[in-house]
Design a protein around this ligand. Structure first.
Ligand SMILES: NC(=O)c1ccc[n+]([C@@H]2O[C@H](COP(=O)([O-])OP(=O)(O)OC[C@H]3O[C@@H](n4cnc5c(N)ncnc54)[C@H](OP(=O)(O)O)[C@@H]3O)[C@@H](O)[C@H]2O)c1
Length: 309
């Protein structure tokens, strides 16, 4: 059964604009070329760490690398080809890191379709389950030796509020019978989150130094996200239209904070869900509660003040 959410102590204050230095460490961010993943990579690059963007598109990845370099003086950032829809390619992606250790991987990349027609990856898996869950599951396998070689490797898995209303159909994990895009997306995120929690349990059971943490970015919209030209430019019109949503939601720069904290905060011990304090998904999820231990920590990253809980 889930343990109660531990209250944050003052020593756990977190300043998103005053991140600890992480020089000498190497972090991989899947889908680091766009959206929340881009900002996770940019913020981590600012700590002096070496950051690798995992991206399926070299052109978009190069643009993201250039953007980070233009904003973070001396940034150590590069990209490797990574296509989560192509499971057989992931071993090569792990090898392309060219590193003998990896301090953290942020499983951020994700797809969400709204078309009513079920789509499959080239491997024949339902596309959202295949990319969001199976791709990251397989990638974790290939990265395991590198994560184990780090003093305290971390696997950060990106969950979603969409998972809170779903249950896995263990007889039909890939929605062949009842495909509906919202439901199938929610199931893929639930599968990811369950994987993240169970991974931590198993790592601890074998005495591994690697930790697994699940995060939720909160609702994060492009219209509330600052420009990163030429990668993405927010027009004044888009900014104005996004203002009402800003009461409840945030930009993808702020959506990155939970994952960045999960990578860097030394007080994190694994098996937790880190989410903005305002996020309803920070509450234990009924479907998962019956299946896994679901300790919850609310990580509203404060700007120089104590995190709200
Ligand atoms: N935004 C939100 O409000 C929200 C809320 C809850 C959870 N999340 C989760 O947060 C994560 C990031 O969301 P986002 O809003 O930043 O999404 P986004 O802007 O659509 O970015 C998604 C990223 O995933 C990459 N990607 C997609 N398919 C891939 C594949 N087969 N292989 C490798 N990379 C692939 C994309 O690369 P391309 O540029 O090549 O397409 C892109 O870099 C997702 O896991 C999402 O489920 C988001």
């Amino acid at each position: 059964m889930p343990s109660a959410a531990p209250a944050e102590s003052p020593s756990e204050r977190w300043d998103v604009h005053g991140l600890p230095r992480a020089g000498g460490k190497t972090f991989l961010v899947t889908g680091g070329n766009a959206g929340i993943g881009y900002f996770v990579a940019e913020q981590l690059a600012g700590t002096g760490a070496s950051v690798v963007l995992g991206s399926r598109d070299p052109g978009r990845a190069s643009a993201a690398v250039a953007s980070i370099r233009s904003r973070v003086p001396g940034a150590r950032v590069r990209h490797v080809r990574l296509d989560l829809a192509d499971l057989a390619s992931l071993k090569d992606s792990a090898e392309a890191l060219g590193s003998d250790r990896l301090d953290a991987v942020v499983h951020n990349a994700g797809v969400k379709f709204d078309r009513p027609t079920r789509q499959e990856t080239g491997d024949g898996h339902e596309a959202m389950f295949g990319v969001n869950h199976l791709g990251h599951f397989a990638l974790t396998h290939w990265l395991a030796p590198l994560l184990t070689a780090a003093p305290e490797g971390r696997v950060i898995t990106t969950g979603s509020f969409a998972a809170t209303s779903e249950r896995l159909d263990l007889d039909d994990l890939e929605s062949t019978r009842d495909y509906e895009p919202e439901r199938t997306y929610g199931r893929s995120k639930l599968a990811q989150m369950l994987f993240g929690f169970e991974l931590d349990r198993r790592l601890k059971a074998v005495g591994s130094t690697v930790r697994s943490v699940v995060t939720h970015p909160g609702g994060a919209l492009d219209s509330l996200t600052p420009s990163r030209p030429p990668l993405r430019v927010r027009t004044p019109g888009t900014r104005l239209r996004g203002l009402p949503a800003g009461i409840l939601l945030q930009g993808k720069d702020a959506g990155a904070w939970s994952a960045v904290r999960a990578v860097l905060d030394p007080s994190i011990s694994g098996g937790e869900l880190w989410a903005p304090a305002t996020s309803p998904s920070a509450a234990p999820h009924a479907a998962a509660r019956s299946e896994v231990t679901w300790p919850t920590r609310r990580s509203r990253p404060a700007c120089g003040r104590r995190a709200a809980t």
